[in-house]
Write a protein that binds this ligand. Structure first.
Ligand code: AMP
Length: 398
């Protein structure tokens, strides 16, 4: 029983076909440069050579047509026909306040996703294009939307409201929504399994640290705090995103540099974060190497990031109001960088967090990396958003 998971970005489509009988990947791939010159599909099927398909793909519909063709191709396809796709799960970035869980897509759902374009102008439009193209190409196949924001809908108002006039929440829905919800949910479910605890009894602080980063305070298995906000620009300094800054900097810069809001927006989203501080790279691997070579600005960028993570761990320990079972690391940095995990945990011993340096010497696999004496466990749990999407899709369409 195969579920196709589709993640449409503005110029890319990531996809995975998962056999839900054993939750194994049948094939996966990425379409790059959709709508641009040099569009290409790269598909990897376990046990087969990577397939590269270069075709002109002027929009998401054409790209999905080639993608589906690649899935069933006689020579290199992973399945024999489209009938072998039971349902499609779409990643949708913003579901506003309407969706606290995944839903089967119908006209009403599409309308709400469209209403949320205002809240996620860069992300929801390509998601919509992907859904519409799939509906056209596979009209009989059920489709499910899985929202990045849904997991955080359990937050209470004192965690999601901003202290600006209340009318702007009522008028425009300005509040903290939080993102990476599918990842935070997967990690929560998996951590409960690994610790052999009921999810309802699980309190963790989940550190999703990648190109985009967010922490989530999970109490009784539900999201109660997250540091991403109204948009994914908030929280920690990220690869190229500033994270939280004094909002007055925006108008100050506009005036001093004589630049528009769009230009400031570009600076904060694309030229800031660890790239902006280091002037070198948004990739944490480059920064670790540069720091080793004595590059002061690379060191400063990492120091800022590390201090940010520590501060949020401290804040969420304080607001949890109960014992925290574990600090969990996930995503590109969280799963792979023993160095950054060690530096983040360094100095948190007074909060009952004791990292075991030798256990921490791992990459990309599930493990408890704290000392046996540590009151709060430290764990690595690689995320799997695609599997979470596929599970929800199966659950809703079975
Ligand atoms: P993600 O957005 O989850 O795919 O994470 C991507 C980011 O993870 C990259 O930009 C890298 O900075 C970071 N990353 C991946 N592997 C490592 C590693 N071994 N050490 C440090 N950072 C890493």
């Amino acid at each position: 029983m195969n579920i196709l998971v589709i993640n449409c970005g503005s110029s890319s489509i990531k996809y995975q076909l998962i056999d839900m009988r054993d939750e194994k990947i049948v094939t996966k791939g990425v379409v790059d440069r959709v709508g641009l010159e040099g569009s290409v599909i790269e598909q990897k099927t376990p046990g087969m050579d990577k397939v590269v398909i270069k075709e002109s793909m002027e929009d998401h519909r054409v790209a999905l047509k080639y993608l589906l063709k690649a899935l069933v191709d006689e020579e290199y396809g992973a399945i024999n026909s489209m009938d072998e796709i039971y349902a499609v799960g779409h990643r949708v970035v913003h579901g506003g306040e309407k969706f606290a869980s995944s839903v089967v897509i119908d006209e009403e759902v599409m309308k709400v996703i469209e209403d949320c374009v205002e809240l996620a102008p860069l992300h929801n439009p390509p998601n919509i294009m992907g859904i519409e193209a799939c509906q056209e190409l596979m009209p009989e196949t059920p489709m499910v939307a899985v929202f990045d924001t849904a997991f955080h809908q359990t937050m209470t108002p004192e965690s999601y409201m901003y202290a600006i006039p209340y009318k702007y929440y009522e008028k425009y829905g300005i509040r903290r929504y939080g993102f990476h919800g599918t990842s935070h949910k997967y990690v929560t479910v998996r951590t409960a399994e690994l610790l052999e605890k009921d999810q309802k009894d699980l309190n963790i602080i989940n550190c999703h640290l990648g190109n985009g980063s967010s922490l989530c305070g999970v109490k009784h298995g539900e999201s109660r705090e997250t540091n991403m906000g109204f948009t994914p620009l908030a929280g920690l300094p990220m690869g190229t995103r500033s994270g939280n800054i004094d909002p007055a900097i925006i108008t100050f810069l506009m005036e001093k540099e004589d630049i528009t809001f769009e230009e400031v927006n570009h600076i904060l989203n694309k030229e800031s974060g660890v790239l902006g501080i280091s002037g070198l790279s948004s990739d944490f691997r480059d920064l670790e190497l540069a720091e080793e070579d004595g590059n002061e600005r690379a060191k400063l960028a990492l120091d800022l990031f590390i201090k940010g993570v520590k501060k949020y761990i401290g804040a969420y320990m304080a607001t949890m109001g109960e014992e925290v079972d574990a600090i969990v690391f996930t995503a590109g940095i969280g799963e792979n960088s023993a160095y950054l995990r060690e530096r983040i945990c360094d100095g948190l011993e007074s909060m009952g967090i004791e990292l075991d340096k030798s256990k921490n010497d791992i990459r990309g696999k599930e493990a408890i990396i704290s000392k046996d004496t540590s009151k709060v466990k430290v764990m690595v749990v690689p995320t799997n958003e695609e599997l979470m999407i596929a599970r929800d899709t199966l659950k809703l369409t079975k």
